[in-house]
Design a protein around this ligand. Structure first.
Ligand code: HXC
Length: 510
C-alpha cells in the first residue's frame, strides 16, 4: 500500500468508528428523541476542542457470538475538551452500540479518563445513556463498574464530577452518578432505578412505568437524587456549562473570578420592604438572594426538592459563593430531614472546592412530629451542624428574621465557626418564639398574665440585641446595605486559612 492509501484506509476506519452502532441504530436513537453520544459532546464542549481517545478499542468477549460483533470504541466515546476555554474530561455512553451497555473494555476507557482527570486536575463529565451491565460479559462487566466507582470515590473532593442522565440508567449503573457531585436529568426522557419496573412488579406487585419509578420528576421532587432537570438535552447540557462557570477545576484552584459591572456598593431600597410586618407571614427568600447577587443572578440547585431550604451558586463582587437559605415561603422555612440532607451535602461540596458559604437564616426550628423523629431527624439534622463546623471556607451568615433553638445553632451560628454574623434589626434570636416560651413557663397563669409574659419575652428576646451584646452577632445591618456588607465580609475573609485537626477523616452522621 502507498502512504496515501494507508492514510485513506485510516480515514475510512475513523469515519466508520464515528458511526458507532451504524445508521440504523442512529435512526432508532433519533426516533426515541435522543441525540447521539457525539452530538451531545459537540453541543457541550467549546467548538473544535474535543479530542477523542481510545476510538478503536474493542471488546474481548467470546460469548453469545459477540466475537462477530466488535464495534470500534465499544459503546463509549471518551476524551477531553474545553468548556469556556477550561479543560474538562468527558465520556459518553453510546446507546447505538449494544445499548450503551458497560463491558470490561469500555470500562477501561472510562477509568483511563477518570485517572487523567485526577492527575491533571480537571472536572469529569459523564453522559449516561445505557442499558447497564453488558449481559453477555457477566462478572467482567461488574468488575468494570467497580473500577469506575472506585475512581469516582478517589476523585471525590479533588475534581468536580458531573453526571448527566440522558436516557436509561439502570441497576448498579446508578451508583457512579450517585457518587458524583451533581446529577442532571432530562424531563420525560431519562430515568434511573436500581431495579426496573419488571423486577418491582415481581417482588412488590406494584405496577409502575419507568417514568413513575425513576423519571426526572421523581428524582427532582421526591428522592432528591437529581440536582437539575432540563426540558430537553440541549438545555440540560447548557446547564452543565453554566454550573462549571461557578466551580474551580480542582480543589487546589480558586473558583473563576467573573468581573462584574454591578456595583459592589449597590443599595437595595426594596429590601427594606421585603419582610412583612407580621412575623408570621411568608416572603420569598429567593427575592433577597437575587437582589443581592451580581447581576441579580442566582443558579439554584435542587429547586424542587425540600423547598424549605434553598441552595445554589451566585457571585458577589465577581466571586463564586455557595448560598444556603431557609425559605419562609415553604413550610415557614422549617428544617426537616430532607432539608438537612440537601443543605449538608451542598455545604460539604462548597468546602471541598473552596467556595465561600453565605447563609441566610429565617427558621422557626426543626419540624416536630412522629414522622420526623422516627425517620431520624436527630441523625439528619446533625449533618448540617457537622458540615458547617467542619467547613473551613469563609462563612458569612445573615439572620433575616427568626433564628430559634437548635436551628439557630446549626444554621452557621458564630459558635459553629462562622466568620461574620449579621442580623437585621427585626431578627428574633431565642430558644423559641414568645408564645411557645410562655406556654411552658406560665402554664397555670391566667390570660392577662400570659399576655404580659408574651410581651415581656418578646421585648427581651425577639430582637438581635441580646445576641449582639454577647458578640454572637457581629453587626446589625439594614436590609438596604445587604449586598455591600456581604461583599466586604467576603473580601475581609478572602485569605482565611483554617484547618481541622489532623485525622484520617471525621465520622459524619449519615
Ligand atoms: C447488552 C443490551 C443491554 C445490556 C440493552 N441492550 N441493554 N445489551 N447488555 N444490559 C441492547 C439490546 O439488546 C438492543 O440490542 C439494544 O441494546 C437496544 O436496546 P432496546 O431494548 O431495543 O432499547 P429500548 O427499548 O430503548 O430499551 C432500553 C432499556 C432495555 C430499557 C435499557 O434495553 C433494558 O431494559 N435493558 C436491560 C436493562 C438491565 O436490566 N440492565 C442490567 C441492569 S443490572 P439490539 O441488538 O436488539 O439492537 C446492572 C448491574 C450492574 O447493571 C451492577 C454494578 C454494580
Amino acid at each position: 500500500m502507498t502512504l496515501q492509501e494507508i492514510y485513506q484506509a485510516f480515514e475510512e476506519r475513523n469515519n466508520a468508528a464515528e458511526l458507532g452502532g451504524g445508521a440504523k441504530a442512529i435512526e432508532k436513537q433519533k426516533e426515541a428523541g435522543k441525540l447521539t453520544a457525539r452530538e451531545r459532546i459537540k453541543l457541550l464542549l467549546d467548538d473544535d476542542t474535543f479530542v477523542e481517545i481510545d476510538k478503536f478499542v474493542l471488546h474481548e468477549s467470546q460469548n453469545y457470538g459477540m466475537q462477530e460483533k466488535r464495534i470500534p470504541g465499544d459503546g463509549v466515546v471518551s476524551g477531553y475538551g474545553k468548556i469556556d476555554g477550561r479543560l474538562v474530561y468527558i465520556y459518553a455512553y453510546d446507546f447505538t452500540v449494544f445499548g450503551g451497555s458497560l463491558g470490561r473494555s469500555n470500562a477501561h476507557k472510562i477509568v483511563k479518563v477518570q485517572k487523567l482527570a485526577l492527575k491533571n486536575g480537571a472536572p469529569v463529565i459523564a453522559l449516561n445513556d445505557s442499558g447497564g451491565a453488558r449481559i453477555q460479559e457477566g462478572v467482567a462487566s461488574l468488575s468494570g463498574y467497580s473500577d469506575i466507582f472506585y475512581q469516582n470515590i478517589k476523585a471525590s473532593g479533588v475534581v468536580p464530577q458531573i453526571s448527566a442522565i440522558l436516557g436509561p440508567c439502570a441497576g448498579g449503573a446508578c451508583y457512579s452518578p450517585a457518587l458524583t457531585d451533581f446529577i442532571f436529568m432530562v424531563k420525560d426522557k431519562s430515568n434511573m432505578f436500581v431495579t426496573g419496573p419488571d423486577v418491582v412488579k415481581t417482588v412488590t406487585h406494584e405496577t409502575l412505568t419507568k417514568e413513575e419509578l425513576g423519571g426526572a420528576s421523581v428524582h427532582a421532587t421526591k428522592s432528591g437524587v437529581a440536582h437539575f432537570v432540563g426540558n430537553d438535552e440541549e438545555e440540560t447540557l447548557m446547564m452543565i456549562r453554566e454550573l462549571l462557570s461557578f466551580l474551580p477545576s480542582n480543589n487546589m484552584e480558586d473558583p473563576p473570578l467573573v468581573p462584574t459591572k454591578d456595583s459592589i456598593v449597590r443599595e437595595s431600597p426594596e429590601l427594606q420592604k421585603l419582610i412583612p410586618d407580621d412575623t408570621n407571614l411568608p416572603y420569598d427568600i429567593k427575592k433577597l438572594i437575587e437582589e443581592v447577587a451580581d447581576e441579580n443572578y442566582f443558579f439554584e440547585i435542587m429547586s424542587q426538592f425540600a423547598q424549605n431550604i434553598v441552595i445554589g451558586f451566585a457571585r458577589l463582587g465577581g466571586r463564586s459563593v455557595g448560598i444556603v437559605a431557609n425559605q419562609p415561603a415553604y413550610l415557614a422555612g422549617v428544617l426537616d430531614i430532607d432539608a438537612s440532607d440537601k443543605a449538608a451535602r451542598f455545604i460539604r461540596f462548597c468546602d471541598s472546592f473552596d467556595i465561600p458559604l453565605v447563609t441566610f437564616v429565617d427558621v422557626p426550628g426543626f419540624l416536630p412530629g412522629r414522622d420526623q423523629e422516627h425517620n431520624g431527624i436527630i441523625r439528619h439534622g446533625a449533618k448540617i451542624v457537622y458540615a458547617y463546623a467542619e467547613a473551613t471556607v469563609p462563612k458569612i451568615t445573615l439572620i433575616t428574621r427568626k433564628a430559634y433553638g437548635g436551628a439557630y445553632i446549626v444554621m452557621s451560628s458564630k459558635e459553629s465557626g462562622a466568620d461574620v454574623n449579621f442580623a437585621y434589626p427585626n431578627a428574633e434570636i431565642a430558644v423559641m418564639g414568645a408564645a411557645g416560651a410562655v406556654n411552658i413557663l406560665y402554664r397555670s397563669s391566667n390570660e392577662a398574665e400570659r399576655q404580659h409574659a408574651v410581651d415581656e419575652y418578646s421585648e427581651l428576646f425577639s430582637n438581635p440585641y441580646r445576641a449582639a451584646e454577647k458578640g454572637y452577632i457581629d453587626e446589625i445591618i439594614l436590609p438596604r446595605y445587604t449586598r455591600s456588607k456581604l461583599i466586604l465580609a467576603l473580601e475581609m475573609t478572602a485569605n482565611k486559612t483554617e484547618s481541622n485537626p489532623p485525622k484520617k477523616h471525621g465520622n459524619m452522621p449519615l
